[in-house]
Design a protein around this ligand. Structure first.
Ligand SMILES: [Zn+2]
Length: 181
């Protein structure tokens, strides 16, 4: 990009920030035929401007920020967690070796709590994501992973969990792992 292009971009970005919210949609403006797979998978994803993947991603990256309205939990900002993350992963025999099931059993949760956990995860993750309370994790050609803290209460005890999500286009995040770290 030439000097004029840099100045124009800088001016544009500064003024956009004053006028609109601090949320952005990642826009992959790839013009090359074989464009970067990471930029492509980020296309359309929403981030808070101060908590987004590095931009530019690479030399000659043409990705841009489109400033958008901050997402509203369960309206424009949504989180979905497949119930099988609990029934067929966390509480299944198949993955008992990882010790997660044992840990949840000790806390008083079992497979019968799957639906309640699913709805709590979805509700809290949408709220945290929309308030920018997420930590960027691994980014590769499959997408940008984020970690979100979720708290559950059982038998009067409050438990905090670090959960793993994938950022999808247009305000959606989907649960990768119900217990990370
Ligand atoms: Zn790019």
């Amino acid at each position: 990009m030439n000097l004029w292009g840099l100045l124009k971009n800088d001016f544009f970005n500064q003024h956009q920030e004053i006028l609109t919210s601090d949320w952005i949609e990642w826009q992959d403006e790839g013009i090359a035929v074989a464009h970067c797979a990471i930029c492509q998978v980020l296309n359309g994803c929403w981030f808070r401007d101060d908590n987004k993947p590095q931009m530019p991603q690479h030399p000659n990256c043409h990705c841009k920020r489109l400033f958008i309205d901050a997402p509203v939990p369960n309206e424009t900002g949504r989180a979905t967690c497949d119930i099988r993350k609990f029934t067929e992963y966390l509480f299944s025999d198949k993955y008992s070796w990882n010790g997660k099931r044992e840990m949840f059993w000790k806390l008083g949760f079992d497979i019968g709590d799957s639906a309640v956990m699913q709805s709590e995860f979805e509700k809290q993750a949408a709220e945290r994501y929309c308030s920018g309370e997420y930590k960027l994790g691994l980014l590769n050609e499959k997408g940008q992973r984020i970690n979100i803290e979720i708290s559950l209460t059982k038998n009067g005890k409050k438990i905090k969990l670090i959960t793993g999500w994938m950022v999808r286009p247009k305000g959606l995040i989907t649960c990768n792992t119900p217990l990370g770290g």
